[in-house]
Design a protein around this ligand. Structure first.
Ligand code: SF4
Ligand code: SF4
Length: 151
């Protein structure tokens, strides 16, 4: 009889402790997100592939000076530009990044005189073939972002 009583008290105690933990966790802020409906905010230092920054009118700040191309240790940037009529500086017409070779070293970002490129915070890049990251077209990416903003 004494043993049964001990078991009942012990069982009730562990049940209370368990329910207490459940209740405490119930009111805590969740550490998980409902991916892909929700996205994580990546830390400031996180580096994904390069993207363009833009002027107020949505155009790229890149002046096709090629300094980033020269600074890149893995030759993974191709830049082209043209001088439009009436403009003093060149405008970028092509900016391709071979992300399969980029080491995310940051030399290109540091050397850029117009702060035209930054590391994006995109963390959910996925593909079945690495060739899909062979060329990341920064000009097209900026166009698409501008279109999304305009919608
Ligand atoms: S982060 Fe480094 S490796 Fe990547 S494109 Fe820039 S300079 Fe090249
Ligand atoms: S991103 Fe910057 S460094 Fe590279 S070509 Fe454009 S302006 Fe020059």
């Amino acid at each position: 009889m004494k043993n049964i009583f001990k078991e009942v008290v012990g069982g009730f105690y562990t049940l209370t402790v368990g329910m207490g933990i459940t209740l405490r966790e119930f009111f805590r802020k969740p550490v998980t997100v409902h991916y892909p409906r929700e996205s994580l905010k990546m830390p400031e230092r996180y580096r994904s592939h390069l993207i363009f920054t833009s002027n107020d009118d949505g155009s790229s700040k890149c002046i096709a000076c090629n300094l980033c191309v020269k600074a890149c240790p893995t030759d993974c940037i191709i830049v082209d530009g043209e001088k439009k009529e009436g403009e003093k500086k060149k405008s970028v017409t092509k900016y391709d990044l071979d992300f399969t070779r980029c080491s995310l070293c940051g030399a290109c970002v540091e050397v850029c005189p117009t702060d035209a490129i930054v590391f994006s915070k995109r963390y959910n890049l996925a593909a079945t073939d690495r060739q899909q990251f062979h060329i990341i077209d920064l000009c097209r990416d900026l166009e698409e972002r501008n279109k999304k903003k305009a919608q």
